[in-house]
Each structure stands twice: as C-alpha cells, then as structure tokens.
Design a protein around this ligand. Structure first.
Ligand code: DON
Length: 305
C-alpha cells in the first residue's frame, strides 16, 4: 500500500475544508493553538511510519485520554467495572447531564465525560500515585517517551470553567458512583485531558490496541486480547458521542476524538492512525480529521467492514 501517496492525496482533497468549523472555545487555553494546524501519522504494526504536516507538534489530547484511562481501569478493576458504567452508545453530547440523571448515576459508557469521571475515581482508589502512574503508563505506550507531559495551565484553565463536569461529578457522587473527593476526581480527570501529544506519539500509543498478536503488557497494566477487543468495540460504538454512528458509517474504524482536534483510530492488525486539526464541527469532532480518515479507508478500501 502506498501510504505516502494516499496521505498526500487526502491532504489535497481536504484542503477545501480548511476554514470550516472553530476550535473549542469553552476551554480558554485551547484557543491559543493555530486553528489551521493539520498533522497526520499512520503507523503500521511493523513500525513503519508515514507522516504529513504538523505531525510532531504536541496538542491537548483531551478525550482521547479516556481510552488510556479505560485501559488502566479495566486492568485494575476487571469485570466489576461494568457494575458502575455501561457499554452502550449514549447518542447524547459528551457532557450531557440529563441522561445521567434519568439513568440514576450510571454513565452509558466509559468514553463520555461521566464515564471517564467514574474511571478516574476507580484509578484514584487503586493507585498510590495516580497522576504519576497514569503519565508513566502513557509514556510507556510511547516507548518510555519522557517528553509527554501534563499541561498544567490547560488543566487549571479547564477546572476554572468546568461547571458542567463539576455538575456531572456531583450527580455521580449523589448516586454513590464516586468514592473519592469530587475535587480530587475532577483535577485528576482534567490533568489526563491536558496531556500534550503529537500525532506521531498518539499513533505509537494506539499500536497495542491495533495489534492483538502482541501481549498488552506495560508494568502493572496488562490486558488480555479479549479485553483489548472489548476496548476497541467501545471505541467503535461510543468513541464519537452523538456522532459515533456517523464516524462508523463514514470511516469504519474504532477511534476516539478529543476537543483539542485530535482523532486516534486503529485498523485491527494493520495500523494505527492519528490526525489533528483544531477546527471542530458542532458535535465537537475535528472536521478535517473526520474527512481525512473517511478518505483513508475509502482509498485503501480497508476498514473493519
Ligand atoms: O471534559 C471535557 O469537556 C474535555 N476535557 C474533554 C471533552 C472532549 O474532548 C470531547 N471530545 N470530543
């Protein structure tokens, strides 16, 4: 497969969308990025990398971090995790409060904000040094890369404006689905979201989800092939909130988006891909990122379907 040529063709075809959408504005710190950035990295399971554009610039991974938290939470908690969180697509916005109220504090899935807050609570209960161990895990997914760091001003910026997430955390606590101090859970969650990673780093971090033939083993965090399969299934059905069906229809790969404009996706047993462009559509997903991945699976004629 000539991925270099395909990435070039994709870039030419998505250029007309370069002014569509706006970067997220509800986290002030996110407004500091150049809205016209665009980067992509495709990494095969054999380690070959194909890059274009701003593929080495770090950006805020935001909700993509929910996949890393889920991997840790699933490893540490096992099947009992599903007593506190469902595995159904929400069909609602990522920060919806109303669904959580109706469903009595059980988040629909671990990839919406409510679910990720419960996972953060679970990690706080299991780990002695949660922030350090979370960062260590993500660094290990990238071959021990110490350049990957939390962006403290991003995390603080989000806490200062995080009224909806605070409402969600309070609702969860009311329904006894948070055990630790709410403020502690929120701060840990915002730090996870603030992680700065490049497309190249994200593509590397997602290879263990793509490659079931290798054991998923990073210090304390190990997953069976069956558990990795289930995480991929959740990405497929829930990774794009109320646009999960659209992404599945257009792209046909498990993936996860973030309001920083990043999307990471995997083609099982073939490659992982990360794309970044900060301009978002109304559902909070990157306009050019979604279009680029749609063209990738259309041109390669390979997806999970
Ligand atoms: O909690 C939030 O609202 C953000 N830290 C993350 C949301 C997000 O990335 C949704 N993604 N499309």
């Amino acid at each position: 497969m000539n991925y270099t040529q395909i990435l070039n063709e994709i870039y030419q075809e998505i250029k007309p969308y370069s002014n569509v959408g706006e970067p997220a504005s509800y986290i002030p710190e996110l407004q500091k990025v150049n809205p016209d950035s665009y980067g992509i990295c495709l990494r095969t399971i054999r380690g070959a990398e194909y890059v274009m554009g701003d593929s080495d610039e770090r950006f805020s991974i935001q909700s993509i971090s929910k996949v890393f938290s889920l991997a840790m939470g699933f490893c540490l908690e096992g099947e009992t995790l599903w007593k506190r969180i469902g595995v159904e697509p929400s069909g609602s916005a990522f920060n919806s409060v109303i669904q959580l109220e109706i469903e009595k504090g059980i988040p629909r899935n671990p990839l919406i904000n409510a679910g990720a807050l419960v996972v953060a609570d679970i990690l706080l209960s299991h780990l002695e040094h949660p922030e350090e161990e979370y960062l260590q895990f993500v660094r290990q997914l990238c071959g021990g890369n110490k350049q990957i760091k939390y962006n403290e001003s991003m995390a603080v910026s989000e806490r200062e404006h995080g009224y909806l997430n605070a409402a969600i955390a309070n609702m969860l606590k009311y329904h006894s689905n948070i055990q630790n101090d709410i403020e502690r859970v929120l701060r840990f969650y915002f730090r996870q979201c603030s992680l700065g990673m490049s497309c190249r780093e994200l593509a590397q971090a997602f290879i263990p989800f793509s490659n079931h033939t290798q054991p998923f083993k990073f210090d304390k965090i190990t997953l069976t092939a069956s558990q990795v399969k289930r995480i991929n299934a959740i990405m497929q059905t829930c990774g794009f909130y109320d646009e999960a069906g659209e992404f599945s229809y257009r792209v046909g790969l498990p993936g996860k988006s973030g309001v920083g404009g990043g999307i990471a996706a995997i083609c099982p047993r073939k490659y992982s891909v990360a794309v970044w462009s900060p301009r978002l559509n109304k559902k909070g997903n990157s306009v050019m990122g979604m279009k680029a991945l749609e063209l990738l699976t259309t041109k390669t004629e390979v997806s999970i379907f």
